[in-house]
Design a protein around this ligand. Structure first.
Ligand code: C2E
Ligand code: MG
Ligand code: MG
Ligand code: MG
Length: 290
């Protein structure tokens, strides 16, 4: 009896593994076809200073409408990284984002566009050439391109970092450290890296992290930014109370659903038109109801 149970369980587990493998293989297969089939598009999430009302730029975020519906980046980006597809896909993102930002320039909005870069892209020998080539093709000024690189990438690939960051700076491309505070930054490296911005990870703003500890961490990152002469921006801002807290702690640059979700290029232009009126409705001096 016990033996039969054990066998059944074994059967069950290998069955589940088999299904998972099938699913992964299907995903890889679908993903490989997706670029040619034009199933990817970019959405753009504004970065703002809610105090001054200034629009600081927009982050390009990749979306995949697969054969079975939309798949979130958290699911398909790792698969694209495993299969090497991230290189052509990442290049496509860069091209598309640069073209979009150049269209904004033409429309009278000189807004920097931020593009997320994977480790495989950052360490690829053609990375710098690719960035330069896409700037040239689009006609976009280098100062209107920002690359978001995670803290973990910078710390794990130190041998590529100095050369890449110095070359990007020489080009005039901005670099921000994404998800800052979630990895393990060595402060001595950080000091040596020519980057422009620290992006505070949204986990520091999540409601369950509210309270004196999260606040101390935000304060520390803002202080670090000041000491190293870096911009600081907070991602994942969802509530007015967070806006007031961030302003009180000295961080005025923000991004999050409170201001806008990631938007299609058309919706982004509409948002730009309505933002001045929306911005005026923020009660930034109001007492914190908490
Ligand atoms: P990320 O670069 O840290 O991007 C921020 C993520 O937070 C985005 O998720 C965005 O939609 C989401 N977000 C923005 N505001 C809020 C908010 O107020 N609340 C909450 N809960 N979430 C908010 P998304 O678009 O699903 O992207 C997830 C991650 O996938 C990105 O994290 C980035 O690491 C990666 N990714 C997205 N697009 C690309 C890309 O083109 N290339 C690469 N290499 N990675 C990308
Ligand atoms: Mg990002
Ligand atoms: Mg981030
Ligand atoms: Mg994050």
């Amino acid at each position: 009896r016990a033996k039969a149970d054990g066998r059944n369980r074994h059967h069950f587990y290998s069955r589940a593994l088999h299904d998972e493998n099938q699913r992964q293989q299907q995903l890889r297969h679908d993903l490989r076809a997706a670029l040619d089939a034009g199933q990817f598009h970019l959405v753009y999430q504004p970065k703002v200073n809610p105090q001054s009302g200034e629009v600081l730029g927009a982050e390009a975020l990749l979306r995949w409408n697969g054969p079975h519906g939309p798949v979130p980046p958290a699911t398909f980006i790792p698969v694209a990284e495993d299969t090497g597809l991230i290189l052509p896909l990442g290049r496509w993102v860069l091209r598309e984002a640069c073209q979009q930002a150049q269209r904004w320039v033409t429309a009278g909005h000189a807004l920097p566009v931020s593009v997320n870069i994977s480790a495989a892209q950052f360490t690829d020998p053609t990375f710098l050439d690719t960035v330069q080539e896409e700037l040239r093709r689009s006609g976009l000024g280098a100062h209107l391109l920002e690359l978001e690189v995670t803290e973990t990438i910078l710390m794990r690939h130190v041998e590529h970092v100095q050369r890449n960051l110095e070359a990007l700076r020489a080009l005039g491309v901005q670099v921000s450290i994404d998800d800052f505070g979630t990895g393990y930054s060595s402060l001595s490296y950080l000091h040596a890296f020519p980057v422009n911005t620290l992006k505070i990870d949204r986990s520091f703003l999540a409601p369950d992290r509210h309270g004196p500890q999260a606040e101390a961490l935000i304060t520390a990152i803002v202080g670090l930014g000041r000491a190293l002469n870096l911009q600081v921006i907070a991602e994942g801002v969802e509530e007015p109370a967070q806006v007031r807290q961030l302003l009180r702690l000295g961080c005025a640059a923000m991004q999050g659903y409170l201001f806008a979700r990631p938007l299609t290029p058309g919706d982004f232009l509409t948002w730009l038109r309505h933002w001045p009126a929306q911005h005026a409705t923020f009660n930034l001096t109001g007492a914190d109801p908490e």
